[in-house]
Design a protein around this ligand. Structure first.
Ligand code: DGL
Length: 272
């Protein structure tokens, strides 16, 4: 079982921020990634739709024999909270690991959370932070346009459109004097530089993809599922929309080409 792949899914490409970190810390692990690129974004959809999609994504990964599942998606982690209890393998979303990192990082006790509308409306990060430390103050802001910017490669920190959208969404949090900001959607680390430039160096950004990958390492260790192999693992990618588009944008997320390791899969009619 420990040589089986780790399954990671997201509504699109954002979850690749977790893949990148996981490969860095556990290069011997095999990874199967599913990006639901035909149905992204999830963050503007209803609760029932998000839960249905999340279950289809997770069961697809299970059908590939994965030993663990990571929902590398802030939206799924915030809304499909029951998924964890129905899966036969260890599972983590991004909310708990990211909240722990933010609570550890803050010095003035004022934490900002940005995510999709579904994530912010669920209050998931805020609730988790306050559960860990009720004395902290949390400010939330949904930033739905960030997902579209990233999926369409508007990511350069000096791009006027990127700068304008960042300023529009983050002005209030900046004025509130936060010293820590949770990038609560796994797409957002890709525009982290633009966000950091606007907020200044005094604000620590918490990358949900990265924190979740680090948390998953501990989960694998605890469940005795670390791959003992000394060989480099393989990454295989599945997407529900065109392979070519994924190849192009995935390179930006991963800093390397995904070559022929990408296949198309249609989950629309999955009977789950
Ligand atoms: N990466 C997803 C998240 O973390 C993207 C959002 C979406 O599909 O709307 O929430």
């Amino acid at each position: 079982m420990s040589e089986n792949a780790i399954g990671i899914f997201d509504s699109g490409l954002g979850g690749l921020t977790a893949v990148k970190e996981l490969v860095k810390v556990l290069p011997q692990e095999n990874i199967i990634y599913f990006g639901d690129t035909a149905r992204v974004p999830y963050g503007t959809r209803s609760r029932n739709t998000i839960i249905k999609y999340a279950r289809q994504d997770a069961y697809f990964l299970l059908s590939r024999g994965v030993k663990m599942i990571i929902a590398a998606c802030g939206t799924v982690s915030s809304v499909a909270v029951g998924l964890k209890d129905e899966l036969p393998v260890p599972f983590t979303g991004v909310v708990v690991p990211t909240a722990i990192a933010a609570v550890t990082a803050t010095r003035n006790g004022r934490i900002g959370v940005i995510g999709t509308s579904a994530t912010v409306n669920s209050g998931s990060y805020k609730n988790e932070i306050l559960r860990l430390n009720p004395a902290l103050t949390v400010f939330q802001q949904d930033c739905p346009l960030f997902v579209s910017l990233v999926e369409n490669s508007f990511i350069a920190p000096d791009d006027a459109i990127v700068r304008l959208v960042v300023e529009r969404y983050l002005q209030r949090l900046k004025n509130e004097g936060i010293d820590t900001l949770i990038l609560g959607c796994t797409h957002f680390p890709i525009i982290a530089e633009a966000i950091q430039n606007y907020l200044g160096d005094g604000v620590t950004l918490i990358d949900s993809g990265k924190e979740t990958a680090l948390y998953a390492v501990e989960l694998l260790r605890k469940n005795k599922l670390l791959n003992p192999s000394s060989q480099e693992g393989a990454c295989r990618y599945y997407v529900s929309d065109t392979v070519e588009d994924f190849r192009r944008v995935a390179e930006i997320f991963l800093d390397h080409s995904v070559g022929n390791e990408v296949s198309h899969i249609n989950l629309e009619h999955a009977n789950i």
